[in-house]
Design a protein around this ligand. Structure first.
Ligand code: ATP
Ligand code: MG
Length: 222
């Protein structure tokens, strides 16, 4: 297996008034292609900060981050946008669908920023994959929370990412909808996708092959 994500001595500090918050404190981490990783830890331990850095949405203050062989600290904004679009899919607790676009149009949105272009047919394949073939022309407010999250997952997959990052993907869902998302993530993992999820859900954590515990910006257990 090959390494897809490598972090070397990554540090991230936020300033809050006069206070310095050490959100990440000397993180060393290697994740291999195809792993299913759950990042867990108390509120404020740095989980979202870590995920944002792994996804090149945020840069560390010091240290090195390599994503699919590219060192992010050497890239400018345009290079980072490209790397994100080509390599990473994101899913968030709040779904972040565009309210004026249909499910299909939401799924196609990331193709605007990617090098590879896809046909609308790929969006329809993905919507079918997540069980929403019949909902392609619906607007987000015509969908349930679970359906919106499945649209968001289809959107995250449209550019064929190497890595899917999910920050509390079932945090806004009831247990039945959460189970549908767990099953979908299991399937994607079986297909070889690298999955990294931040979660408070024991049901989701128990499905991962590897758990990374954060405490005060450090890995306390891996
Ligand atoms: N933009 C920011 N400005 C200032 N401080 C921040 C910022 N983002 C995060 N922090 C601080 O950095 C620390 C880590 O935050 P982070 O969001 O990564 O935690 P988390 O583990 O995801 O927490 P939660 O489980 O509540 O989502 C916290 O102390 C937080 O207050
Ligand atoms: Mg968080």
């Amino acid at each position: 297996m090959s390494d897809v994500i490598t972090l070397n001595n990554v540090n991230k500090t936020y300033r809050r008034g006069r206070e310095q918050v050490h959100a990440l404190d000397g993180i060393d981490l290697t994740i291999q292609q195809g792993e299913f990783v759950a990042v867990v830890g108390p509120s404020g331990s740095g989980k979202s900060t870590l995920l944002n850095i792994i996804g090149a949405m945020d840069q560390p203050d010091t240290g090195q981050v390599t994503i699919a062989g590219q060192e992010t600290t050497t890239l400018k904004e345009q290079g980072l946008t490209r790397l994100r679009a080509d390599t990473i899919g994101f899913v968030f607790q709040q779904f972040f669908l565009q309210p004026t676009l249909t499910a299909r149009e939401n799924v196609l949105l990331p193709t605007l920023f990617a090098r590879q272009k896809h046909l609308a047919s790929r969006a329809d394949e993905l919507l079918a994959r997540v069980g929403l073939a019949e909902r392609a022309n619906h607007l987000p407010d015509e969908l349930s929370g679970g359906e919106m999250q499945r649209v968001a997952i289809a959107r995250a997959l449209i550019n064929k990412p190497k890595v899917l990052l999910a920050d509390e993907p079932t945090g806004n869902l009831d247990s039945q909808n959460a189970r549908a998302i767990f099953a979908l993530l299991d399937e994607l993992h079986d297909d070889g996708l690298t999955l990294i999820t931040v979660t408070h859900s024991e049901a989701l954590t128990s499905r991962a092959e590897r758990r990374i515990h954060l405490l005060d910006g450090r890995i306390s257990d891996d």
